[in-house]
Design a protein around this ligand. Structure first.
Ligand SMILES: NC(=O)c1ccc[n+]([C@@H]2O[C@H](COP(=O)([O-])OP(=O)(O)OC[C@H]3O[C@@H](n4cnc5c(N)ncnc54)[C@H](O)[C@@H]3O)[C@@H](O)[C@H]2O)c1
Length: 383
């Protein structure tokens, strides 16, 4: 069986996403299954080269996963001809410069979202990669979540009739870091370090909405910094200079209205941390990370407003589960396999840097809408 080895420089691999989603659950899981299978019986074998700033952390990670190669020297890694891909899961603000250098060195590039802090830099990177003829991709993991794939199944089957609206609820309580440690890195709450929930989450909403419901054309958004002081990883108090919640309405091509609440300051009274309710003329669905429930037009309960007695109907009981009908792999791993096949044998990969730029375009428009107190139009982006 032919084995095609593809070297991958993995920068920022000691971070939360780098270690858990990209190294452990994607690249190592692919190696454990024997590589990425190709149609002809061959496989692609990913060979990671761990890159970061802290030698102790890198050595410990390499040992934990039984990997021989790690480095703190970007240029040395970029000079390695066996490394065909540069991957970046560093903090957002650190991503653009090494990605630009990787493109200069002729590496294919695959990076976490957001591609960069601002739209102009995103477009510059997208143009550089395209001009150099290099494969480029952005992580859009939510598209590959079981709940979202079930939702896509419903859309493709015409279940909804005419889709009217989408209501997205995302969030959970992120501890302030004083009496319990915060479960997200402190840079997320500092504007000067590339933090803020709008830049973090709107890129996800952009590709979900564009791919499932229609291109986002307009946004109106209000943000808030509900918790102004937090305590960091070292127990030091700091000023939270970035917004920790955003309340936005997105108008889509074709007329669907999507409104999303994104917040790190809500306590969860939902089945999952992300929930999308889609209402259409023929039926409705509520999709989460894994689950998806539906209610058809014919099963719609007659709700009547009556505040003078307890609710007469258990409304949640009128919904049915959409069955799995297939095995779902980790969402990041599914996309990694697609990118490796894109590099290894030219399979299509539509989630390019240009798509990544659209996510940052929406984040910038959301921030501007909040600042200026008005709705912002989104223009078409081209290379
Ligand atoms: N796709 C998703 O669902 C998803 C979810 C969370 C985060 N992310 C993205 O992944 C990236 C990493 O997020 P994370 O939560 O893993 O962060 P993290 O703080 O856990 O890890 C950050 C990594 O960047 C490195 N780094 C390089 N320069 C740095 C600097 N100047 N300051 C601090 N760290 C620096 C760190 O060493 C570490 O390896 C971000 O761009 C974030 O937007 C994506």
């Amino acid at each position: 069986m032919a084995r095609q080895t593809i070297g991958i420089i993995m920068n920022g691999v000691t971070g939360r996403m780098g270690t858990n989603q990209h190294l452990a659950r994607s690249i190592m899981a692919i190696r454990e299954q024997g590589g990425v299978p190709l149609g002809d019986g061959g496989v692609i074998w990913p060979e990671p080269l761990l890159l970061g700033r802290n030698p102790q952390k890198l050595a410990a990670l390499a040992e934990r996963f039984g990997l021989p190669r790690w480095s703190t020297d970007l240029d040395a890694c970029l000079g390695d001809p066996a490394a065909q891909i540069y991957f970046d899961a560093q903090v957002t603000s650190a991503r653009a410069e090494p990605t630009r250098r990787a493109i200069d060195a002729g590496k294919h590039v695959y990076v976490e979202k957001p591609l960069a802090d601002d739209l102009e830099t995103c477009l510059e990177l997208a143009r550089l990669a395209a001009k150099a003829g290099l494969k480029n991709g952005i992580v859009q993991d939510k598209l590959f979540l079981p709940g979202m794939r079930k939702l896509k199944r419903l859309i493709d089957a015409g279940f909804f009739g005419r889709i009217l609206s989408v209501r997205g609820e995302f969030g959970y309580w992120v501890f302030e870091g004083d009496w319990q440690p915060a479960q997200r890195p402190s840079w997320n709450y500092r504007k000067e370090d590339g933090g803020g929930i709008i830049l973090d989450m709107f890129p996800h909403w952009r590709y979900l909405l564009d791919n499932l419901f229609g291109t986002v054309r307009r946004v109106g958004c209000v943000g808030a910094t509900h918790i102004p002081r937090r305590v960091d990883e070292h127990g030091e108090p700091y000023a939270a200079t970035a917004e920790d919640a955003a309340y936005a309405a997105f108008e889509l091509e074709g007329g669907i209205i999507a409104h999303f609440a994104s917040s790190w300051c809500v306590r969860v009274y939902r089945d999952e941390l992300l929930s999308l309710q889609v209402d259409g003329t023929e039926g409705s669905a509520v999709a989460g990370l894994w689950q998806c429930k539906v209610q058809h037009r014919a099963g719609t309960v007659r709700a009547v407003w009556d505040p003078d007695r307890p609710a007469p109907v258990a409304y949640r009981d009128g919904w049915q589960d959409v069955p799995d009908n297939q095995q779902f792999d980790n969402a990041f791993k599914v996309q990694w396999e697609r990118f490796l096949r894109h590099v290894g044998c030219g399979d299509p990969f539509p989630w390019s840097f240009l798509e990544g730029a659209k996510g940052v375009q929406l984040a910038e428009a959301g921030l501007r809408s909040w600042r200026e107190g008005r709705r912002i139009e989104l223009s078409d982006l081209t290379l």
